[in-house]
Design a protein around this ligand. Structure first.
Ligand code: FPP
Length: 251
């Protein structure tokens, strides 16, 4: 059993999910409840990313995928979008020493060439600074949308077919896996557990292919209120479920 200093939850060490994905929702409502501007919620949300990353690393999670900005989030007011685009730089400026100490490797996936140059620079710098780290992969989805990711993958595969490099009957799930933005994670490509905070129960265009067999946990807490103990609770739920991948077992 895994007993950790951040909470009193007992978790089965051999069943910690390898890949945990989180839809970090509720920053705006967290701020509103406190009569604060929405961006104060995003700031609190940003700080909580570090808290949860450290805890995930201590638990032995291999990949933590966080939905930080969707391809639909550009529709928000300009000042909020502007604030969100500065968050990666602010986050890495503030927490890079801790990330390095924790041996965390940063990865950012999404349609990155559409980001402002200051965001892209911050992201590239962070990936570069941590590229040799061998611990938890902290995977931010930034300007990410799953349908668009799948569409881009289909286009790449179609091009290979058109060029005569691939026959249509050679297209199987592994060919599609490899063309997705999570392709580099290999055995850890698919989340074992998806958590969404703030009481909403939908996927919002996040990792639609990769979540096919994931366990889903929804919690009412707003993202800034989601604590290490909340993560332990979600993992305890994961551990109490019985994954069958569509098959039958005698349990
Ligand atoms: C959803 O809450 C949250 C977002 C769109 C932004 C998520 C970003 C963070 C938590 C910080 C990310 C940190 C880094 C390092 C990039 P919402 O604004 O939709 O909340 P609401 O539904 O209550 O309005």
């Amino acid at each position: 059993m895994l007993s950790n200093k951040d909470s009193n939850q007992q978790l089965a060490e051999n069943k910690v999910p390898a890949h945990v994905a989180v839809i970090m929702d509720g920053n705006g409502r967290w701020a509103k409840k406190r009569f604060m501007p929405r961006i104060a919620g995003h700031k609190a949300g940003m700080d909580n990313v570090q808290t949860i990353t450290t805890h995930a690393s201590h638990l032995g999670i291999k990949v933590l995928s966080l939905y930080a900005f969707s391809t639909e989030n550009w529709k928000r007011p300009t000042d909020e979008v502007d604030y969100l685009m500065h968050l990666p730089g602010n986050f890495f400026d503030k927490f890079m020493p801790e990330l390095i100490k924790e041996n965390v490797k940063v990865n950012v996936m999404g349609f990155l060439d559409e980001l402002p140059s200051y965001t892209l620079d911050a992201v590239n710098r962070a990936q570069d600074q941590t590229k040799d780290n061998t611990g938890l992969i902290l995977n931010f989805a930034l300007n990410y949308g799953s349908r668009r990711e799948i569409t881009a993958a289909v286009q790449k595969i179609a091009t290979q077919v058109a060029n005569g490099d691939l026959a249509p009957e050679q297209i199987d799930e592994s060919v599609i896996d490899a063309q997705l933005m999570t392709g580099a994670f290999g055995a850890y490509q698919d989340p074992d557990l998806l958590i969404r905070t703030s009481g909403e129960e939908r996927l919002s265009n996040f990792l639609l292919w990769q979540l096919a067999y994931s366990e889903l946990v929804f919690t009412d807490e707003y993202w800034p209120d989601f604590t290490p103990a909340s993560l332990d609770n979600a993992i305890a739920q994961f551990q109490s479920r019985h994954r069958r991948y569509g098959g039958l077992t005698n349990k």
